[in-house]
Design a protein around this ligand. Sequence first.
Ligand code: NDP
Length: 314
Amino acid sequence: MPARILDGVKIASEIRGEVGAQVKAMTAAGIRPGLAVVLVGHNPASEIYVRGKVKSCEELGIYSEQHTPPDTVSTEELLALVNELNERDEIDGILVQLPLPPQVDSKKVLLAVDPAKDVDGFHPMNVGLLSTQRDGLVACTPAGVIEILKRSQIAIAGQEAVVVGRSDIVGKPVAMLLINANATVTVCHSKTRDLPAVCRRADILVAAIGRAGMITRDFVKPGATVIDVGTNRVTDPAEFQRLYAGNAKREETFRTKGSTLVGDVHPEVAEVAGALTPVPGGVGPLTIAMLMSNTVRAAKLRRGSRIPEFSRAR
Ligand code: NDP
């Protein structure tokens, strides 16, 4: 039986509905959540991401503003901007879109963001809160992975989970969230011995690698849930054939656009897995939904105590 497809678009839309209702109630009570996005220079991919984030704020009634320093900006200038945003009470979330230009000390800039406004969840303070199971702001894509599992009624407690990828922004926080949800977690990376065998232990397999279709059927235990975080743009016709030969819809996209978006999981895994997130339309849509949710959560945590009904963040 083919895998159940976990529809990220539908789940993200559910979350946005909930967040929108909270924004409405908070705004009526005098606190309108606000997000400031800092976009340096003209990176086309970053511009698309930021446009999506701002549009999403508009749809949900979240106040948003964009700051667009030139790509010649210095670390000091960015620090001054971040500090100004830290000081402003109506700004609940600050998002510094990565990557920053090479002359900028990115770590220093990210560290300057007030942890209470760190809606990306990258600040070491929030990473520490997550790892000690305290209330904080959790990175959006990892939080989205957990939302997909929970909202699809996939049990986590007691399950064997394997995360492939150990980056600070995806692999590690996903692993931490799974541990906090009582899974037994193994984290793999490029030095892991016999990766397919380790992955085959998983009831829940999370791929956050950045290699198109690397996870083939021999990595997957029959019936396992597979969450594909990878987003890889494939332009090589031979690589396309390896992944999608015979898939008329994809072939059409590839012909017209010259590329297609592919996850880290090979499409053949749909024949073995019990449940699977597609790419596109799986984890991706959750990332912006969780950013919206984090902005509202930051507003509640920071300003909620001024209004009794919002004094608790959850
Ligand atoms: P990184 O490049 O930072 O990390 C990749 C990880 O994969 C590393 O830990 C690396 O191991 C591991 N890895 C690489 N090759 C192999 C291999 N052959 N075998 C086993 N492990 C391997 O990537 P990110 O974590 O930032 O992103 C991962 C993927 O998720 C990318 O495709 C990215 O585009 C996507 N992504 C999607 C988002 C979304 O919204 N859907 C958001 C963020 C990311 P090592 O540490 O040893 O080098």
